[in-house]
Design a protein around this ligand. Structure first.
Ligand code: DGY
Length: 326
């Protein structure tokens, strides 16, 4: 038995999802945007005026205008843990629950963080370019040298689920781990992870690798700019798998090209995608990947399933299992 109200519910899904939609289709008319590019803002705005539920991605701008136009909407469910593309205050004021997908992408993102850290330290991408470019002529004592990862000091900025998962993976590398965070962890957790709390400034000064795991908020917008790069070691490597806008791109370019820091590996940029004429693309000591932190098959399926679970709960008027608003 499908209640009348449910069979009439209209849902817009802003991209093809890596999972089955059957459960959702049983209770709603589902329209999926089939293009590879996200729906243009005007299309999204027009759609949201006539739907009960929206399943969106971090590439969709869910701003105040759109939320105020969405008069029949009961739920917005985002397939991502981050939700800086959504105006949460406006949604909360209109009592629209916002869903997200915490937890399921922690491991995949921590894995990519380590992949980037190792690749930047040992210059894997440069080495591949070197080999394919026909430059490998002999074994050389000083060819493509990088710093040791084992025994290094790892600085983790933001110590939530992903920051902690990065710390857990550091064990085998015998790293010293310092972290900075809005809230200091319980001493038991610090001890079990083998981490030490530090001020942001001290972390920048002492770390060989600095990795960013904070959400993007007004406080973390351009958290890394000229003064922060000036505090870092010249041998330091910066990793960012969080949000591009946490790092000011011109300051990053200056720091990398002036040798203020040794290298960086970033999965996120400001803006996204990175413009093809960005000077950052000319740097050999920078690795850039296209926002693939959560891109394992299993993880993306779990994220899609979780987003559908949130959406269905919202359509039914139930509390979302993974809700952003208070
Ligand atoms: C997120 O979920 O916020 C990531 O950036 C994409 O998986």
């Amino acid at each position: 038995f499908v209640p009348e109200i449910m069979s009439q519910a209209k849902v817009f899904v802003t991209r093809r999802l890596p999972t089955e939609l059957q459960q959702l289709q049983e209770i709603a008319d589902v329209e999926v945007w089939m293009e590879r590019q996200p729906p243009p803002y005007e299309v999204l705005l027009a759609k949201t005026k006539e739907i009960d539920g929206l399943l969106c991605l971090l590439t969709d701008q869910i701003d105040r205008q759109l939320i105020e136009a969405a008069t029949s909407i009961k739920v917005i469910s985002q397939m991502a843990v981050g939700y800086d593309n959504i105006d949460i205050l406006s949604a909360t004021a209109r009592r629209i629950p916002i869903g997200h997908t915490p937890g399921v992408l922690t491991d995949a993102t921590a894995d990519l963080t380590w992949a980037l850290l190792m690749a930047a330290a040992r210059r894997v991408v440069e080495a591949d370019r070197f080999t394919r470019g026909g430059e490998w002529r002999t074994w050389e004592p000083d060819l493509l040298l990088g710093p040791n990862v084992t025994g290094a000091t790892l600085g983790i900025v933001g110590f939530g689920r992903i920051g902690q998962a990065v710390a857990r993976r550091a064990k085998g590398f015998e790293t010293r781990i310092i972290y900075t965070s809005k809230h200091r962890c319980e001493p038991e957790l610090e001890e079990s992870l083998g981490v030490e709390f530090a001020s942001f400034e001290r972390l920048l000064q002492e770390s060989d690798f600095v990795t960013i795991h904070t959400p993007l908020t007004a406080d973390t917008h351009h958290l890394f700019s000229e003064p922060q790069f000036a505090l870092m070691k010249q041998s330091a490597i910066l990793i960012n798998t969080a949000r591009g806008t946490i790092v000011e791109p011109n300051a990053l370019y200056q720091a990398l090209s002036n040798g203020q820091i040794a290298g960086a590996a970033i999965d996120v940029t400001e803006p996204e995608p990175i413009p093809t004429d960005s000077p950052l693309l000319s740097l050999d000591n920078l690795i850039i990947t296209p926002h693939i932190g959560s891109a394992s098959r299993q993880t993306r399926k779990k994220m899609a399933d979780m987003a559908i679970e949130n959406l269905i709960a919202g359509l039914k008027g139930e509390r979302l299992p993974y809700c952003v608003n208070p």
